[in-house]
Design a protein around this ligand. Structure first.
Ligand SMILES: [Mg+2]
Length: 176
């Protein structure tokens, strides 16, 4: 019998990424916004399109994806999941060409037990087929045909369509 497949998102699921974007907003536009200002909102609900574009330019810069902190307990839990399931890291990365190489470097550094064959850097995640998808973005979970687990994030606070998971420890209790 084949092992069940788990597809795992990177940004704000394995890596803490929004913090850096928020810091750049505050630095560039002399604001003092905190995560709670974004509760249930996306960036464009609270900053202008031009401000957003200026922050996105920084995302294109070399090195942007290299130094994200790891989500608490992600290494230990994903390592254990990898023993029991076929784990695939699935990241919508092609919008930022630098991120392709940098995400590979970040994964090799922090998750060396993930084989390169199990890393799927893509554009639109609706192409993904697996038994589970762990992702923070409803737009990715919406098209997924397996079981969705929505990783808790500041922007998805009002979304109730998917099973919310608060932490990697909680994922461990569900899947291990
Ligand atoms: Mg994400």
């Amino acid at each position: 019998m084949r092992r069940q497949r788990i597809a795992i998102d990177m940004d704000d699921v394995m890596a803490i990424t929004s913090e850096k974007f928020l810091k750049n907003i505050n630095r560039l536009f002399d604001k003092n916004l905190s995560e709670k200002d974004f509760k249930g909102k996306y960036w464009l609900d609270i900053i202008t399109i031009d401000q957003y574009k200026a922050c996105i330019e920084l995302v294109h810069e070399e090195g942007y994806f290299l130094d994200f902190p790891i989500m608490p307990d992600a290494v230990e839990v994903i390592k254990a999941l990898n023993e029991k399931y076929d784990v695939f890291i699935v990241s919508a990365a092609t919008e930022f060409p630098n991120s392709l190489k940098e995400k590979m470097i970040w994964l090799a550094e922090h998750f060396p037990f993930i084989n390169w064959k199990n890393i799927v850097l893509c554009g639109d995640k609706s192409i993904i087929s697996a038994d589970y998808l762990i992702d923070d973005h409803p737009k990715n979970l919406k098209t997924f045909l397996g079981k969705s687990l929505m990783f808790d994030a500041i922007h998805n606070q009002t979304v109730t369509d998917y099973q919310r998971v608060m932490s990697w420890k909680e994922i461990a209790t569900i899947l291990l």
